[in-house]
Design a protein around this ligand. Structure first.
Ligand code: F6P
Length: 323
């Protein structure tokens, strides 16, 4: 193996830059030439390869976003697109590739490997933490800290005005961000896509709290919850609770930005280093992850197909602790 490439794909996540840095520096240390590919898989198709030296990744470990930019490439999901990508890979003489991203990224990588028998290793980068084969994904820790910081501020004003706030956090298909941030802010309840939301149950929880003299409250709603987004849930609660003042906050893309936490920098560096070493050892078609604090590899096929579930008992714990 003499030349490798690195790209970021899917939604960006704080810590992706730390991972790029680790991949570039590890590659160079072991005598490889490293190319950065811009704009995710689109850059493979459009031939956007840039040679990366050690200094090209200086001063990025602390920066959010991704210096390589990212995209959700539609073209890579066509046979023609992948063919163009392969031709450009061959043109640059790459022997391997590290892709940093989420489920869609690894699905694309898996198809590509099956078609062209080309070595690819994945590193999990998504704030959603919804990938099987790793306890944590790059960006998740920073995202929940961002949520906690924002909700603490909302709690101040909720308390001053005796208001009930419905706060929507990211998580189209998964409730990891909602669950952990909800516990950390002491939310009255946490609504996630993994469980059925019963508005009556939520109202019961709130009524119990108000009987105990609670005057304000925080409900965390994952964007993919089955009862709808935070606006829908707030409307349904308000129908039965019309004397209460309610407000809704959608935290949105603030959750995807910002300087990565120490923990994200550490796991991103560890995964980037391990990904390059894996390519050098002849591994391919696997996602590097961290399980029980150790580096672990999971075949793309398994990482894509298996569902990582939230710890449902923590939802009950959160209710008990906020009662
Ligand atoms: O995949 C991460 C994620 O942040 C999801 O939680 C969210 O639903 C989605 O990306 C939004 O992405 P975009 O705004 O890029 O379409």
């Amino acid at each position: 193996m003499k030349k490798i490439g690195v790209l970021t794909s899917g939604g960006d996540a704080p810590g992706m830059n730390a991972c790029i840095r680790a991949i570039v520096r590890t590659g160079i240390y072991y005598g490889l030439k490293v190319y950065g590919v811009m704009d995710g898989y689109n850059g493979l198709i459009k031939n956007k390869f840039i040679p990366m030296g050690s200094s090209s990744v200086s001063n990025i470990i602390q920066r959010g976003g991704t210096i390589l930019k990212t995209a959700r490439s539609k073209e890579f999901f066509t046979k023609q697109g992948r063919q163009k990508a392969y031709e450009n890979i061959i043109k640059h003489g790459l022997d391997g590739l590290v892709v940093i991203g989420g489920n869609g990224t690894f699905t694309g990588a898996d198809v590509f490997i099956n078609e062209f028998d080309f070595p690819i290793i994945g590193a999990p980068g998504t704030i959603d933490n919804d990938l099987y084969g790793t306890d944590l994904t790059i960006g998740y820790d920073t995202a929940i800290n961002t949520v906690v910081e924002a909700v603490d501020k909302i709690r101040d004003t909720a308390d001053s005005h005796d208001r009930l706030f419905f706060i929507e956090v990211m998580g189209r298909d998964a409730g990891f961000i909602a669950l952990r941030s909800g516990i950390a802010v002491g939310a009255e309840d946490i609504l996630v896509p993994e469980t059925v939301t019963y508005i009556d149950e939520l109202i019961e929880i709130l009524e119990r709290g108000f009987r105990k003299n609670k005057k304000s409250g925080i409900i965390i709603v994952a964007e993919g919850d089955d009862a709808g987004g935070a606006f829908d849930v707030a409307r349904k609660v308000k129908e039965k609770f019309d004397y209460l003042e309610t407000r809704v906050t959608i935290l949105g893309h603030i959750q995807r930005g910002g300087s990565p936490s120490a923990y994200d920098r550490i796991i991103a560096s560890t995964m980037g280093y391990a990904a390059v070493k894996a390519l050098l050892e002849g591994r391919r078609g696997e996602m590097v992850g961290i399980i029980n604090k150790d580096v672990a590899f999971t075949p793309f096929e398994k990482a894509i197909k298996h569902h990582k579930d939230i710890k449902r008992e923590l939802l009950e714990m959160a209710r008990v602790l906020s009662s």
